[in-house]
Ligand binder design. Structure first.
Ligand code: S3P
Length: 429
């Protein structure tokens, strides 16, 4: 599906849907299951290109993964450890695979080379390479390890105290995973709390992680024990439908079993602050992760300022929030989000450029965007630029577009939500 033409949804979006499993949690379940002793089963995992990249890398490292009826059974390598891969580990488009796997590999005395697609080879690796070198791993790469491909010779690592300059769950997780196999303790402190799925899931696998505000600590030498992991629906995927329902007249939808981890729910806070009609029911826990059902209806909303602590809690939702802002009244200002420039694309530039192609003006700033409200989506030709979240943002915009939107490179959605267009159509049949 390279080009996809989508039309206005006159009768709105209505119905109930369960979006696919959480991408961050699926990656971690496969990695931790692979490192654990014994068997791990993963229910409701996300079957997408990014998660397939993690699965094939773990298989190359000696982990057996079986798939049956939408469930994964993983035979962990446990104390005997990962085996040296014969070939280059291909992380595809997945930044989470690249960063977390670097942390895991740094803790094992094997040689490996990690590479990915053209987007991965542009994204910064130094944020994990530098602290992992400090822990004792030998890492080489392009521009002195700033860019992939990188090679890693791990093992004999020592815990560190790392004061991270950025709030990044990928950095924090990479260091905790190396720390798990290192001598002594590893402490990571970050400027704002980033998503904490690693900390929660390590607990499910029997490891002790000590947390205090923005500080996380792990003692090396702990073993992981195989377990059963149930994956919540991905709030970052659900966010596209939340926004679609909130901006499309005559809409009212229900999203089931959505992950409500407080480090991910910035989108809910934003929708509430903007005045969306919203409710959450059936709140419960799945393993260590909170979930619930979300209902959203079409509403008139007000622009707001989005900055500071909330940014890591909605970093992946900012493209679709920019679209939401264009349909609210008044101005929305997004600040402190320069991390957007290091995602699958430079998402500040990509959002401004692609929304402009369909009639919406967004002013890009160094660390965010300024979006005027009450704009009209006129339609036209745009592109995902190979970035799944830009493709889905454009598809959501089509729901209210005066003319059709033709989206190029729409197959990018396979990274996190292969059936996104089918599900959007289902809600607006
Ligand atoms: C992720 C963390 C975030 C997020 C990415 C997934 C993770 O990146 O943008 O899509 O699974 O740890 P950073 O924490 O590096 O900003």
């Amino acid at each position: 599906m390279e080009e996809c033409i989508l039309h206005k949804r006159k009768s709105g979006l209505n119905g109930t849907i369960k979006v696919p499993g959480d991408k961050s949690i699926t990656h971690r379940s496969v990695m931790f299951g692979g490192l654990a002793e014994g068997e791990t089963t993963v229910v409701d995992f996300l079957d997408s290109e990014d998660c397939r990249s993690t699965m094939s890398c773990m298989e190359q490292l000696g982990v057996q993964i079986n798939e049956q009826e939408g469930q994964l059974t993983i035979k962990g390598v446990g104390a005997s450890g990962l085996t040296e891969p014969v070939n280059v580990l291909d992380v595809g488009n997945s930044g989470t695979t690249a960063r977390l796997l670097s942390g895991i590999l740094a803790g094992f005395p094997i040689y490996s080379v990690l590479a990915g697609d053209e987007s991965i080879h542009r994204r910064p690796m130094s944020r994990v390479v530098n602290p992992l070198r400090e822990m004792g791993a030998t890492i080489k790469g392009r521009e002195d390890g700033r860019l992939a491909p990188i090679s890693i010779i791990g093992g004999n690592t020592k815990g560190i105290y790392y004061n991270s300059p950025i709030a990044s769950a990928q950095v924090k997780s990479a260091l905790l995973l190396c720390g798990l196999n290192s001598e002594g303790k590893t402490v990571v402190n970050e400027p704002h709390i980033s998503r904490d799925h690693t900390e929660r899931m390590l607990k499910s696998f029997g490891a002790e992680v000590i947390r205090e505000g923005t500080r996380v600590e792990i003692q090396g030498g702990q073993k992981l024990v195989g377990t059963k992991i149930q994956i919540p629906a991905d709030i970052s995927s659900a966010a596209f439908f939340m926004v679609a329902a909130a901006i499309t007249p005559n809409s009212s939808i229900k999203l089931l079993n959505v992950g409500l981890n407080p480090t991910r729910t910035g989108i809910i806070d934003v929708l509430k602050r903007m005045g969306a009609t919203f409710s959450i029911t059936n709140e419960r826990m799945l393993n260590e992760e909170p979930v619930g059902d979300i209902e959203v209806s079409y509403s008139r909303m007000q622009g707001i300022e989005i900055s500071g602590d909330i940014i890591p809690r909605l970093i992946d939702e900012l493209p679709v929030i920019a679209l939401l802002a264009s349909q609210s009244e008044g101005l929305t200002t997004i600040k402190d989000a320069s991390e957007l420039r290091f995602k699958e694309t430079d998402r500040i530039a990509a959002v401004a450029e692609q929304l402009n192609n369909i009639g919406i003006t967004v002013e890009p700033t160094e660390d965010g965007m300024i979006v005027k409200g009450s704009q009209t989506v006129t339609g036209g030709v745009a592109s995902s630029l190979g970035d799944h979240r830009i493709g889905m943002m454009l598809a959501v915009a089509s729901c209210i577009s005066e003319n059709p939107i033709s989206i190029n490179q729409m197959s990018a959605v396979n990274i996190s939500y292969p059936n996104f267009v089918r599900d959007l159509n289902y809600l607006s049949e």
